[in-house]
Design a protein around this ligand. Structure first.
Ligand SMILES: *Cc1c(COP(=O)(O)O)cnc(C)c1O
Length: 455
């Protein structure tokens, strides 16, 4: 089909250029995007023209996070196999809700689930759901926790709701990710009744400061702080937990530390928790959007999210919709399967090791140039300060403007900082060196400019 050949050629050209193009769209590219605004056309547009419009006007307006020099937020790229699998799934246009609507989607989910449980060392009976991202994974796991803890108190929350239900104590660290707060408010726990536990200088929860509770309690822990990459002492906390306590771990990117022997110590004891959330679209380098929720107590997950109706036959097969809040949805297991199959255990551990090595290389280069690295670089995250807040923000602005790489800002324990997050399989040592040079150049320019300003 000429149209698909045309598409393939455009896709190849895009990917070939993505590694060397400005990481963020130029002003011209943004102006071109503006020309797409128009009233809904009365008449049809041809498929060729749609493809041309996307290619000519859309492509320059993308952020080149599929390349190797995007270090903003925690955004993975796409492994070629995962990207192709996703395209194939799109060609197939499968509804992954039910086995009956897509055996291939159901089976590849089932296969990937077993691989992931094995890889991450979780208990065999753990249920795995394929959701849009870690936010939904956190939400789903917490709904399962809510079910089980209240069920133990004789309360069926799915039937009766939360009004008049026994109280559940919710404990999080001061450095909890916002997505956990969102999930907690969506499931009716409210943000203000959460007990916030102090953290140390890396953002790790201080285990000794977790209050001893008697009733049903959820403790939300973190594997990989979004700024510092630090890990809560998950194993230590789980080993002392009581029966009425459910420990949930948000490991949006940090959970993958368990996939490499070099970083596995960071997640030591993590299998003792009750549920875990991670993203496949971050460090596993699966295209958007795919998150994964793992719940040890599979029955609790099903009670929280599963549903039945006369027209939905029970097949004694994996029906993907029973594991997640959605019903109809895309076949997220297909690119996950492809990513794991293409990497293998070895390739994945090398991907994780490379990200960590690149982070250390950034940190060493920054320190050597006299800049202050604010975190212990234990994983793929680096936090750097270039002086006072205004100076650091100005350096970030210059780096983004140059377009060699892209880094964003944050406030880390009261101090303005720049974040560097290495999450792309495509990043090479050369990318790190080019980016480091750009960062140091920006810092030097800002320093010179401020010196010249002084009388
Ligand atoms: C990115 C992130 C999330 C949210 O993940 P989404 O995929 O954006 O929903 C949650 N927790 C942590 C620690 C993260 O880094």
């Amino acid at each position: 089909m000429a149209l698909l050949k045309n598409f393939a050629e455009k896709a190849e050209n895009y990917l070939a250029a993505a590694h060397s193009s400005p990481v963020f769209p130029t002003r011209d590219a943004l102006a071109t995007l503006q020309t797409l605004y128009e009233p809904l056309p009365d008449n049809p547009t041809s498929d060729e023209e749609i493809l041309d419009l996307l290619s000519e006007k859309g492509s320059p307006g993308t952020v080149k996070s599929t390349g190797g020099r995007y270090f903003g937020f925690v955004n993975g790229a796409s492994l070629p196999a995962a990207m192709l699998a996703k395209l194939m799934a799109t060609v197939w246009d499968q509804n992954a809700g039910l086995y009956l609507m897509s055996p291939v989607a159901a089976m590849l989910e089932e296969i990937s689930s077993a691989w992931l449980i094995d890889l991450l060392g979780f208990p065999k009976q753990t249920a795995v759901g394929f959701v849009t991202g870690a936010t939904m994974a956190n939400f789903t796991a917490l709904a399962a926790a809510r079910h089980r803890l209240l069920e133990k108190m004789g309360w069926n929350v799915e039937a009766k709701g939360l009004f008049q239900a026994p109280e559940i104590t919710v404990i999080c660290g001061e450095e909890v990710h916002v997505s956990i707060l969102k999930a907690l408010n969506l499931i009716g726990f409210g943000r203000e009744r959460i007990i916030r536990v102090p953290v140390d200088d890396q953002g790790r929860i201080i285990a000794g400061k977790i209050p001893d509770t008697d009733g049903p309690t959820i403790i939300c822990l973190q594997a990989g702080n979004v700024n510092s990459g630090a890990f809560d002492p998950i194993g230590e906390i789980c080993r002392h937990k009581k029966d009425q306590v459910w420990v949930h771990v948000d490991g949006a990117f940090g959970l993958w530390a368990g996939a490499s022997p070099r970083t596995r110590d960071l997640v030591q004891g993590i299998e003792l928790a009750d549920s875990w959330a991670t993203d496949a679209h971050k460090w596993l380098n699966v295209p958007y959007d795919t998150g994964l929720v793992f719940v040890k107590d599979a029955a609790a997950l099903f009670s929280a999210v599963a549903s039945s109706a006369a027209y939905l036959p029970e097949m004694n097969k994996r029906d993907p919709f029973q594991f997640v809040p959605e019903m109809s949805r895309e076949a997220r297991g297909i690119p996950v399967w492809a990513a794991l199959k293409s990497l293998g255990r070895k390739g994945l551990s090398e991907l994780i090791d490379a990200g960590c090595a690149h982070a250390r290389r950034f940190a060493d280069g920054l320190r050597t140039a006299g800049h202050q690295v604010l975190n212990e670089v234990v994983l793929n995250q680096v936090l750097v300060s270039f002086g006072d807040g205004a100076t650091t923000l100005e350096v970030i602005r210059k780096i983004q403007e140059e377009g060699i790489c892209w880094c964003g800002g944050t406030v880390w324990q009261g101090q303005t900082a720049m974040r560097i997050s290495i999450s792309s399989w495509a990043t090479t040592t050369k990318d790190v060196d080019l980016s480091l040079a750009s960062i140091l150049r920006a810092a030097e320019q800002v320093r010179t400019a401020s010196k010249n300003k002084r009388p």
